[in-house]
Design a protein around this ligand. Structure first.
Ligand code: NAD
Length: 253
């Protein structure tokens, strides 16, 4: 059935020009959403490629620059997007960085830089959209966590802490918004075939793949599919959940 008479729901995707973010933008646009990718303006080369990659979507995927670690900048950008496209119905927090080092070598700078993006960024964005969502009685927030937040990872005390924190944040916010039609969930990818994982040394990559029951790295489309599922209009009874998408790498219950 066509829903073309209804206004398109507006989806904001942070880290939207990244490996996973780009595919999330595409799948949400295919699901009939008006999508805005939010990402660092400084990634000019990647942005040019992104614009080519989404050119076929006929304006359904836009771009706005923002640094998710900047609270006031996020507020300004949310206001700008709402003026241009209408209220934000769906927020996907996919912006993320790594600053790997074993704890005995980790600098406070590595710790704080990562926290500012991976954890503060989720607060900064949710803080500015949640009031509008609850007032309108509809919202879908999907935060991208990680299997390494569930299991811990050598050299990633900062990343694992932030990603576990993202899920705690999501469960708490899910309780605050459940009566108002707003769901908040996390998706925890396993190892995906993206630049973030390509940076891992070859022999460690081979070990990782050997440990994945499905026998391959995840594709960005595998993750985007979970985001599209959780952000669907009729997904209103799933909230505070974590959806692992890891090829069986970490099974839990
Ligand atoms: P990526 O590096 O390709 O994309 C991350 C994006 O975030 C980039 O486009 C980057 O510019 C953007 N970003 C970084 N700092 C930002 C900031 N301050 N403000 C706005 N945007 C910022 O990485 P990816 O693999 O696509 O990762 C997407 C998400 O998935 C991340 O949260 C990551 O932690 C998570 N994740 C990835 C994997 C994987 O295997 N690739 C596994 C588990 C979880």
């Amino acid at each position: 059935m066509s829903h073309s008479a209804l206004p398109k729901r507006v989806a904001l995707v942070t880290g939207g020009i990244g490996g996973i973010g780009t595919e999330i933008c595409r799948q949400l646009a295919r699901a009939g959403r008006q999508v805005i990718a939010l990402d660092l303006a400084s990634r000019e080369e990647r942005l040019a490629v992104f614009r080519d990659e989404v050119a076929g979507f006929d304006g359904a995927i836009g771009f706005e620059p923002a640094d998710v670690s900047d609270f006031d900048g996020c507020r300004q950008q949310v206001e700008r997007v709402e003026q241009r496209h209408g209220s934000i119905d769906i927020l996907v927090n996919a912006a993320g960085i790594t600053r790997d080092a074993s704890l005995r070598k980790m600098t406070p700078q590595q710790w704080h830089e990562l926290m500012r993006v991976n954890l503060d960024g989720v607060f900064n964005m949710c803080r500015h959209v949640v009031e509008g969502m609850t007032a309108r009685g509809f919202g879908r927030i999907v935060n991208i966590s990680s299997v390494n937040g569930q299991t811990g990872q050598f050299g990633q005390t900062n990343y694992s802490a932030a990603k576990a924190g993202v899920h705690g944040f999501s469960m708490a916010l899910a309780r605050e918004t459940a009566r108002k039609g707003v769901t908040v969930n996390t998706v925890s990818p396993g190892y995906c075939d993206t630049p973030m994982v390509a940076a891992v040394p070859a022999e460690i990559r081979a070990q990782i793949i050997a440990g994945i029951p499905v026998g391959r790295l995840g594709a960005p489309a595998d993750i985007a599919r979970a985001v599209a599922f959780l952000s669907a209009d009729d997904a209103g009874y799933i909230t505070g959940a974590n959806l692992p998408v890891n090829g069986g790498y970490f099974m839990s219950f």
